[in-house]
Design a protein around this ligand. Sequence first.
Ligand code: SAH
Ligand code: SF4
Ligand code: F3S
Length: 468
Amino acid sequence: MEKNENNSAGLEKQKEYISMLEDILYLRAGGQKPKAFVHTYGCQQNVSDSEKIKGMLVEMGCELTEEKEDADIILFNTCAVREHAEDRVFGNVGALKALKKKKPSLLIGLCGCMMEQEHIAQRIYKSFPYVGLVFGTHVIHKFPELLYKAVTGGKRLVERGYDDGLVYEGLPVHRDGSFKGWLPIMYGCDNFCTYCIVPHVRGRERSRRPEVILSEARQMVNAGYKDITLLGQNVNSYGKWLDGDTDFADLLKSVADIEGDFWVRFMTSHPKDASRKLIDTMAENPKICNHLHLPFQSGSSRVLTRMNRRYTREAYIEIAEYAKSKIPDLSLTSDVIVGFPGETEEEFEETLSLIREVEFTSLFTFIYSPRVGTPAAKFDDPVTHAEKAARMDRLLRTQEEIAARRCAGMVGKRYRVLVEEQAREGVLNARTQNNIVVELNEPSELIGSFCDVEITEARNWILRGKRI
Ligand code: SAH
Ligand code: SF4
Ligand code: F3S
C-alpha cells in the first residue's frame, strides 16, 4: 500500500470543528478576536508543523500574537532531541502557572516530539495540572477536534502514541516568512541511529506525492517566495514507498524547473544515501543552492558503526570531495556529536582531522545527550562531562580557524544575495545561495529581494559587502 492515502473524509470533519470553534473561542475570549501564542522548539520540521497549527488557528478566527501575556491559547511545540531542549520546555511550562492563575480561561497546550515519549507525557500530566491539552506529532491533523474537546469537555485531554503511517494533505498553512519558506516533502525517519530519538517520536518514513509538492512549490513561487527549503529527516530516501520512480534528485530538478526567480535548497541529507546523481543535479541547475548540509556525526568509522550510521569515514570524504569538485563555491555544512559513549581521545582526533580535511563552512556541534529508549543510552560511557566539554572546545576552535580562512578567501568576490532582515540600525543581513551571511549598509526596502554584492571585508566569520 502507498503510505500517503489522503484521509479527506477525516479532514472534512476537522473543518466542522474549526467552524464550531470560531464561535466558542470568540466567546471564551470575552467577545473578542481570540489570541493564540505558538512557540516552536527544535528543528525546521517542527517549525513547519507549527505553521500548520497556526494555519488552523487562523481559520478558527484567532489572531497570532508574540506576547504570551495577551494570549487566550498558548501552545508549545516541543523538541526531544537533546536533554537541554527538554529542560527548556519544562522550565518554560513551569513559568506559565502564574498566567493561568491570572486568566483561568487560558488554554495551555503542549505538542510535538516530547509528547510522543510516554515518560514525558506522564511527567507533564503529573507536574503541570494547568496544562489542558497534550498531543503528539501523529495527530496534528486532528488539532481542531482536540482543541474542541479540550475547551468543551471540562477535563484535560491527552492524545498521542500512535502512528497510522499516513500523510494528511490539505491542511491550511500559515507561513512565518513571506519570502523564505519551508516545504516538507517527507515525514518520519527509518534510520534508527543509536543515539537518536527522532524515529521513535516521528514514526516511520513516508513521502508526500510529487504532484502535491510541486503544486505547493508553484503556489509559493507565485506568492513571491524566493528561497524554498525542501524538508525531511533524510531527503535522499525520498519516494521509497511511493508508486512511480521519482527519486529525490528528480523531485529537486522538477522544483527547480518551475518558472520564476527563486532558489531551492534542502535538508537534511544522510551521507549513506547521498548519490552522485543528486550532486550532478545540483551542479546542473543554477536555481538549486550550492549548499549541502551533510551531517557526518563522527570522523571515526568505529564510532560511526556504533552509531549505526552505515557509512565509513572514507565514504563520507569521498562523497564530500565529489561534491566539492563538481560544484564551485559549494558550502558544505554538517552536524557533529562530541563524546558519543565510549569515544576515545584517538576517535575524537579523527573527528578533528575530518573537519580539517573537508573544510566545512559551518558546523552544528552537539555534546552527546542520552535519550531514554535509544540503544546508545545503555552503552558504556566512561568519559567525563568535563572531558567532553574540553573536546568540544578544541573542536570549536578548529572550526573557527577554518571558517575565518574561508571567509577571508571570499573578499573581493561577487555574489548574488537574498536580503533577509534588519540586523541592527543601518545594517541588513543578506545570505548567499551557499548560505553565508553578508552584512550590508542598505535601506530596509531591499528586504525580501535579490541583489548583487561584492564582499569588501571579512572579520573572523562575519562578512561585509557592498551593492554593485
Ligand atoms: N535527520 C538529521 C538530523 C536530525 S537531529 C540527520 O540525520 O542528519 C539533528 C542533529 O542533532 C543530528 O544530526 C545530531 O548531530 C544531533 N543529535 C541527535 N540526537 C542527539 C543526541 N542524542 N545527542 C546529541 N546530539 C544529537
Ligand atoms: Fe536521527 Fe539518524 Fe534519523 Fe537523522 S537519520 S533523524 S540522526 S535517526
Ligand atoms: Fe527535535 Fe523533533 Fe526535530 S525531536 S530535532 S523537533 S524532529
